[in-house]
Design a protein around this ligand. Structure first.
Ligand code: 3AM
Length: 183
């Protein structure tokens, strides 16, 4: 079985900018900068033959390159606990369009629909063991954070191996985004 997800890989310069925010919250488990990514769709464990179908479906997607602007920080909560701390992505029709295409392609090859609404973000830390007031202070301190915009020219199918400290993410296939050629 393969554990897979579809995401935007981030250039090293952007990962370094984001890494500059990390630290200073006891109990937070910071994501290693090499693991930063923006998830378009978590797939989970699938059989290798199904992974081949997923690859074919993703390869057939036609979408345009776009500019990604990461800005602001926020949290996800579950059952009253702050689970994670993230850097957000500014609303962007091309990103939404790409995510919709990925979702449609994956449903077409038989994956169950994703129930959660797409909320583009780059996870900075898992925070269920951190003090909420420290997390709120972090959010306030970095709310106005804006990264240097980057051009997104492909999206990526990643495999994930769960590790004790951090998961190991491996880019398996890049899918190019192509600007429409004028007729
Ligand atoms: O991109 P982020 O960090 O928000 O939390 C996992 C990570 O999300 C999420 O998929 C991304 C790449 O691993 N993930 C892990 N297990 C998941 C699950 N069972 C999951 N998302 C949904 N359902």
């Amino acid at each position: 079985m393969l554990r897979l997800f579809v995401a935007l890989a981030l250039p090293a310069s952007l990962r370094a900018e984001i890494a500059g925010l990390a630290g200073g919250i006891p109990g937070a488990r910071w994501v290693p900068p090499e693991n930063y990514h923006l998830t378009l769709r978590f797939i989970g464990e699938i059989e290798p033959w199904r992974a081949q179908e997923v690859d074919d479906a993703l390869a057939a997607i036609r979408a345009r390159p776009f500019t990604l602007q990461l800005a602001g920080v926020g949290t996800f909560e579950k059952a009253g606990r702050i689970q994670s701390l993230w850097v957000g992505a500014e609303r962007n029709d091309a990103l939404t369009h790409l995510q919709t295409k990925v979702e449609t392609a994956l449903q077409r090859v038989g994956l169950a629909p994703e129930r959660k609404r797409f909320s583009p973000h780059v996870t900075l830390a898992r925070t269920d063991r951190a003090a909420p007031e420290k997390l709120m202070a972090f959010v306030q301190a970095y709310n106005l954070f804006r990264a240097t915009p980057v051009e997104v020219e492909h999206f990526t199918l990643f495999s994930s191996r769960l590790g004790k400290e951090a998961s190991v993410y491996t880019p398996e296939v890049d899918y190019d985004l192509v600007a429409r050629v004028a007729a």
